[in-house]
Design a binder for this molecule. Structure first.
Ligand code: DHB
Length: 306
């Protein structure tokens, strides 16, 4: 698999395909990691996790049309920081025994929470922390929580707090939402580029607040009146556009990871062509299971990698 080797933030990866955050069922605790270590993912991404335990949203929270799109509003179900404090070292150990780095996605509701979650993840042995600056599905009393990445000053403050807590050398990634406003993308890229803390940018998270009806004319997704994150094949051209713009805006020392609508090996190559060093998969992994990594690698082995 030599021709597929890559590295992110100096972490060597056997190849460039891994699972995206939200796909390793951490509510089931270590079981999620135990399933993924049997797969051919190049790294294991767990989370997003929050300081407090969350049961997540209720009702129909994940649905869609296979081959076209998926909508989700899980509401960050996760067992919380105490669980990770206790179990992360074991998750790291079993991942490393299989030669897979363990990455942790964290979602704070304040800059200090991002700092605390990053600190405890690094202490637990995580190889890379992905700051999820882009969860669209946290609703409280009918109000949607702000999506951090759309506020450059807030992004700056989060990065400052995390750096103060874990030091500039820590392996930190940030995950962004898709930006429809190119100037805003640039503005946030400038903030990130000025920070020596960020080594990797992951783009993109789901497109926020999409909506569709089910066959009975009701909102397909229950929480948020049906407003939910759009993922799957429908968003791939948006994802490629984000990576292309981010590659042009960010300093070369920042690695890019492409996510969004990957279904085929050719989709992966498209992400590499626009500047990603690795990719993550969510919808296709949830649809097809852990075999998807082998299938991609098999298909890629027949192609020329640029
Ligand atoms: C959820 C969805 C996201 O897109 C995300 O980044 C984090 C959490 C969710 O609904 O749980």
């Amino acid at each position: 698999m030599e021709k597929f080797e890559t590295n992110l933030a100096g972490i060597q990866l056997e190849h460039f395909i891994m699972n995206a955050a939200g796909t390793c069922k951490t509510l089931e605790g270590e079981e999620g990691v135990k399933r993924l270590i049997k797969s051919n993912t190049s790294a294991i991404m767990v989370g997003s996790f929050t300081l407090e335990e969350r049961t997540g949203n209720s009702g129909n929270v994940y649905d869609g049309r296979k081959g076209l799109f998926s909508l989700n509003s899980m509401g960050l179900p996760n067992p919380g920081a105490d669980y990770y404090r206790e179990h992360l070292p074991e998750m790291v150990k079993i991942s490393h025994e299989k030669g897979k780095p363990l990455f942790v996605s964290v979602a704070g509701f304040t800059p200090d929470e991002y700092a605390e979650l990053s600190f405890l993840s690094l202490k637990g042995g995580a190889d890379l922390i992905e700051l999820n600056l882009s969860c669209p599905n946290a609703w409280q009393d009918g109000q949607q929580k702000h999506i951090a990445c759309f506020d450059p000053l807030l992004v700056e403050e989060i990065l400052r707090c995390v750096e103060e807590r874990v030091g500039q050398k820590a392996k930190i990634a940030v995950k962004l939402s898709p930006f429809s406003n190119p100037s805003k993308l640039n503005e946030v890229a400038q903030v990130i580029g000025r920070s020596e803390l960020v080594k990797v940018v992951v783009s993109m998270n789901t497109f926020p607040n999409a909506f569709t009806y089910n066959e009975s004319g009701k909102p397909l997704i229950t929480p948020g009146g049906g407003l939910s994150g759009l993922a799957g094949p429908a968003i791939k051209p948006i994802g490629l556009g984000q990576i292309k713009q981010l590659r042009a805006s960010l300093p070369d020392r920042i690695d890019l990871v492409g996510v969004g609508g990957i279904v085929t090996a050719e989709d992966i190559l498209d992400y590499l062509r626009v500047g990603a060093k690795a990719v993550q998969v969510a919808t296709i992994f949830l649809d097809r299971g852990i075999e998807i990594f082998n299938e991609f690698l098999f298909d890629l082995s027949a192609k020329d990698i640029i």
